[in-house]
Design a protein around this ligand. Structure first.
Ligand SMILES: [Fe+2]
Ligand SMILES: [Fe+2]
Length: 228
């Protein structure tokens, strides 16, 4: 039985990529990942891109708006964790699985940076995070079961949509919120790289109406996550 206590990373690719785990081990590792992602405080491996950027005082309406946007982004990262771990759980090719888990680790940085910024803005993550995680995990498994080409295609489409969404947020953030801006810019660059590397790894293009349905789902989620 794998020792699960004391894990410092949100999801340890080495643990599942190189060791033979029993189905019970897998279940425990994934459950632990879910609990730590939703209720814990996953740590970033890279420094927060906000760095020394000034934390300019925002008026109450701007602060609430910035916090609403950063809550949406935090939810997006909760979903990214669940999607990638769900997809990796059923990936057939070990290389595809390793690719997904490596990307999940970078998404952990995004998750931690968004959580930090929410705290600085004196606000909280979404109360519906357990629900977002469970739904996204199920979608990740469903996408992964279609095969590795589809799995990677799903990554490409997700990352491209997130990249476009981050650009929108950069347009509507309060201009003086330099710390949120620095985080979103770094995330946007990472998401573009995730899409490029999934494409290079053999992603297939998802047929209609899947990209449209994915865009619709995020359109429904965003106003909810902005508030709750
Ligand atoms: Fe991300
Ligand atoms: Fe990403």
């Amino acid at each position: 039985m794998t020792v699960l206590a004391g894990t410092t990373r949100a999801y340890d690719p080495a643990m599942t990529a190189t060791r033979r785990l029993s189905p019970v081990d897998h279940f425990l590792v994934r459950s632990q990942h879910a609990v730590e992602t939703v209720f814990g405080r996953p740590a970033a491996e890279r420094p927060n891109p906000a760095g020394d950027e000034a934390d300019v005082a925002l008026d109450p309406a701007e602060r609430r708006h910035a916090a609403g946007l950063m809550r949406i982004n935090h939810v997006g990262e909760i979903c990214a964790q669940a999607l990638y771990v769900g997809q990796a759980a059923v990936a057939r090719d070990p290389q595809t699985r390793a690719h997904l888990l490596e990307a999940a680790q970078e998404e952990t940085d995004h998750l931690a940076w968004c959580a930090d910024r929410l705290q600085e803005l004196d606000d909280r993550p979404s109360l519906l995070n357990p629900l977002w995680y469970a739904g996204s995990y199920a979608i990740g498994v469903a996408a992964g079961l279609r095969g590795d080409g589809w799995n990677l295609g799903f990554v490409v489409e997700t990352e491209r949509q997130v990249e476009a969404h981050l650009e929108e947020h950069l347009q509507v953030l309060p201009p003086e919120d330099l710390r949120s801006r620095a985080i979103l810019e770094a995330m946007k660059a990472d998401e573009a790289r995730h899409a490029d590397s999934a494409e290079a790894a053999g992603a297939r293009v998802l047929p209609p109406p899947i990209p449209t349905l994915m865009a619709l789902a995020s359109k429904v989620m965003k106003p909810v996550a902005y508030r709750i």
